[in-house]
Design a protein around this ligand. Structure first.
Ligand SMILES: [Zn+2]
Length: 153
């Protein structure tokens, strides 16, 4: 946890000498703090470097089509099983292929979520490329699905 060496406390006290900074726990103004804990609530404090805001945009863009496909595949599987149970069909092989694609895509999206740290370490241009590739891969099967449902039905 927090390192409370004297040097760190010294830098914390120095930092708060001329700044109005609220305690992250209780909001008490820590200006002129003399130790490494909040005088109001007793929370241990330390000086640290934080990110202004994490860039999640390309990550969300890259993961969205896969998640959508995975959810769509589950719904398709339910419909396929229900239709087969009631003796409907046969279905064009493209339906099974689309469901398979959806499952693979959903699995890829989950893998990306698990390894999001690696993704966020990539340069923004590389992240953008992955997002574009993900959308391109999903654009064609989606068009295929639209054609299948609305044109051939
Ligand atoms: Zn406090």
């Amino acid at each position: 946890m927090a390192d409370t060496r004297d040097g760190d406390t010294g830098r914390l006290v120095e930092f708060l000498q001329d700044r109005d900074v609220p305690c992250p726990q209780c909001g008490y103004n820590l200006r002129n703090l003399t130790g490494d804990d909040c005088p109001e609530c007793g929370q241990k404090l330390r000086l640290s470097v934080g990110e202004q805001h994490l860039r999640f945009g390309w990550f969300l863009a890259a993961v969205t089509p896969g998640l959508f496909s995975g959810i769509a595949a589950v719904l398709m599987l339910i419909l396929i099983l229900a239709a087969k149970a009631t003796g409907a069909g046969p279905f064009p092989p493209a339906i099974d292929a689309l469901a398979l694609f959806g499952f693979a895509s959903g699995a890829a999206a989950l893998a990306l979520i698990v390894r999001r740290r690696k993704f966020l370490q990539l340069r923004p241009q590389v992240q953008r490329t992955w997002a574009i590739v993900a959308w391109a891969i999903h654009g064609l099967p989606f068009l295929g699905l639209v054609v299948l449902v609305f044109v051939t039905a």
